[in-house]
Design a protein around this ligand. Structure first.
Ligand SMILES: Nc1ncnc2c1ncn2[C@@H]1O[C@H](COP(=O)(O)OP(=O)(O)OP(=O)(O)O)[C@@H](O)[C@H]1O
Length: 670
């Protein structure tokens, strides 16, 4: 066996030549030219044009759109209706602690001059007093600083929690994410936006808050003090100076916002490629695709590096500007006092007093300037924040649009049918239905078909003819522009009328019990499948050996499920899930393709026994014998239906061949 494996792993001579011929320096270009690796595998447009398209499509900057998106996010964060936590009270604590800290820092700043006074006066009692108070203030300053950081941490945590839960609940709601992923190709990596960009947004917001949260209060206080000393001219000069600085810095921030956006876009793709390698490790290894994957990864990582470099370069200019502004502020305070001195306002003031006025003015205006400088110094952080704001804002807007479409759809009852009593006759009816892909491609028109209980239906037809699409419409994933689909819906969460089984079943991150009762969640309070039921279900599908693979039925497993079970066993597990639910209808999309013939036959027998009506999509004509009706699509927008009678399936196969050969229109048998 292992020799066989080794044999398959040896690349063919041509492949080896091809790989050896790659010039390492120019490997990307060569691989792109070779037929084995095509850029289009990943994206429908050449990679080099992706940036241009993304940039034009997602052109983001530090403008009114940013302000609107930022305000929108703030409304979510500070909404009193928000159920995830009270950010307003954290913000108030943040402000109070930061202000108290500023006051303590002010007193700590006066400690040297107090010591100076008592030491000059050789006042021992005063020295002891200052020592005790000084120690107290220093301790409070240390505590205050840590408290500011602590409340900042809580603020960051709550910001992330509120935004993530808000977006996640919208994204993973009804089938929003399915519609979103099929329709909104323009919004890249929604997962990254929720998992990473929100985190970065919250971290940047915290950093900015820690720096400038109390600035408005301090600015108001020192504006008043400066105005008292220098008249209106002093504050006016400082305000004008920083207004001009802020407006100028805006032009330096804007290009960085776009670069941050694009860097995050490529970060998402880079991570996506790594996830694909993990997901398709075996296929890549079988196909000798390691080098191709490496080239792809390098290509995306290089893009990230290029954007990072550009951001660093642009930040150099921005930092130079903001630091210069901060240093120029020091000179400004002297210009402010120089004007009244040189125009003769203080001509009658004694020289000693003038010295005091100059130093007091310098102190007050420097403090005011310092507060403004702090705001301008946040430019680099603000540019990052604006980039994340755009990414989160875009996702919010797109989800809102999708949710507006879904507003009137009840997922358990997507067709707004009146409820039926559980035991009434069940059927699924397509009445003059148009089936159209989300991209607007019409697959079937005026489709008329009824699926009745206990009448298994097999849907057949060439690839891409729309077989799975019929199931998508039936399960409510796709809406129908014309016609009406009626079907019974689940009366309660404990009962499923219709269950869909795909070719590759979805295995949850969870326990064996969870696999069987999916989508029901098992926990200490709600255990939906008893141990006995687990045993029965596993023996029904011949999977009893799985019991020895897990420590117990509640042990949680993640990606390991894919390694523990073969594709056929995974299909059997999903069939056990079907037998757990025993729905009235089972939509089977190639879901028995990996089963051996005996297991397949047992499966259909059991379905009959459990009164599960199968709607099967398959290319395997051997399955015809388990069905009562056949629906044939020709791939050109036509369909035909026929009963499969007791004379066997040979007639039906001839009928199918006839239609596919004639391919000339709609034939409805009844
Ligand atoms: N989410 C989607 N968005 C746009 N087009 C789609 C989407 N899903 C499927 N399609 C298109 O709809 C057409 C029918 O697809 P469908 O999956 O129904 O084919 P099928 O008959 O089941 O094919 P196969 O036998 O290969 O499974 C295909 O051309 C496919 O490209």
């Amino acid at each position: 066996m292992s020799n066989n494996y080794e044999y398959h792993r040896i690349p063919s001579v041509e492949m080896e030549e091809q790989i050896n011929n790659y010039d390492n320096d120019n490997i990307e270009e060569q691989l792109l030219l070779s037929s084995t690796v095509k850029e289009n595998d990943l994206f429908p447009v050449p990679l080099d044009t992706i940036d241009t398209i993304q940039q034009s499509k997602n052109s983001v900057s530090f403008d009114l759109t940013f302000c609107n998106r930022f305000l929108r996010i703030c409304r979510i964060l500070f909404s009193p209706l928000n159920p995830y936590g009270n950010l307003i009270s954290i913000l108030c604590s943040f402000i109070i602690i930061s202000l108290t800290f500023e006051v303590v820092v002010y007193f700590v700043g006066t400690i040297p001059s107090r010591f100076y006074t008592v030491l000059i006066g050789q006042d021992f009692e005063g020295f002891k007093y200052e020592l005790i108070w000084g120690m107290g203030f220093v301790f409070c300053a240390g505590l205050g600083k840590s408290l500011v950081k602590f409340v900042g941490g809580i603020f960051y945590l709550l910001t992330r929690k509120i935004l993530t839960k808000y977006l996640q609940n919208q994204y993973v709601d009804q089938n929003t994410f399915y519609r979103f992923l099929s329709k909104r190709m323009d919004i890249d990596n929604p997962d990254q936006r929720i998992a990473q960009d929100i985190d970065k947004f919250a971290a940047k917001l915290r950093e900015i808050m820690e720096e400038v949260l109390v600035s408005p209060v301090l600015i108001a206080y020192y504006t008043y003090q400066t105005w008292k000393l220098c008249g209106y001219l002093g504050p006016l000069m400082i305000y004008s100076y920083f207004f001009i600085s802020f407006i100028s810095s805006r032009f330096l921030i804007s290009p960085i916002v776009n670069l941050v956006f694009m860097k995050e876009f490529h970060e998402g793709n880079f991570r996506f490629l790594h996830i694909r390698i993990r997901q398709f490790s075996e296929s890549i290894a079988f196909g000798f695709g390691e080098r191709a994957e490496k080239v792809r990864l390098d290509k995306y990582f290089n893009k990230i590096l290029i954007y990072m470099r550009q951001i660093i370069e642009k930040e150099l200019i921005l930092e130079t500007f903001t630091d210069t502004i901060a240093y120029l502020g020091a000179i400004l305070s002297y210009i402010m006092i120089a004007i009244p001195i040189f125009i003769g306002v203080y001509d009658n003031v004694e020289k000693e007093k003038l010295g005091g006025i100059i130093s007091l003015n310098a102190f007050l205006s420097m403090y005011l300037i310092n507060q403004f400088s702090k705001i301008v110094e946040q430019s680099t952080r603000i540019s990052d924040l604006a980039g994340y704001t755009s990414r989160i804002g875009q996702l919010l807007e797109a989800l809102e649009e999708i949710n507006m479409e879904l507003e009137n759809v009840d997922i358990d009852n997507p067709f707004n049918e009146p409820p039926r009593p559980p035991n009434s006759e069940l059927s699924i009816n397509f009445d003059q239905v148009t089936i159209m892909t989300p991209s607007g491609n019409r697959l079937l028109s005026e489709f008329k078909f009824t699926i009745e209980q206990e009448n298994n239906v097999m849907i057949i037809g060439p690839n891409g003819s729309g077989k799975s699409s019929i199931l998508r419409v039936m399960c409510g994933l796709w809406s129908t522009p014309e016609g009406l689909v009626t079907k019974p819906f689940s009366i309660s969460n404990q009962q499923r009328i219709l269950l869909y089984l795909p070719q590759t079943p979805y295995l949850v991150f969870g326990s064996l019990r969870d696999q069987l009762s999916y989508p029901m969640i098992n926990d200490e309070k709600n255990c939906h499948v008893t141990d006995e039921e687990v045993d029965n279900l596993l023996s029904l599908v011949n999977l009893t050996h799985v019991k020895s693979l897990v420590r117990n039925y509640d042990e949680q497993y993640g990606m390991d499920w894919d390694k523990m079970l073969s594709p056929g066993e995974i299909q059997r597990l999903s069939i056990a899930r079907l037998f757990y639910w025993k729905p009235a209808f089972a939509a089977l999309d190639e879901s028995t393709s990996s089963l051996d013939a005996v297991t397949e036959s047992n499966f259909f027998e059991k379905c009959k026994e459990f009164n599960i009506t199968c709607i099967t999509v398959s290319h395997n004509m051997n399955l015809l014998k388990y069905h009562d009706k056949v629906l044939l699509l020709d791939g050109k927008g036509h369909y035909a239906t026929s009963d499969i009678d007791i004379n066997g399936t040979e007639n039906i196969e001839r009928w199918i061949d006839g239609i596919l050969v004639r391919n000339n229109g709609i034939i409805v048998d009844e």
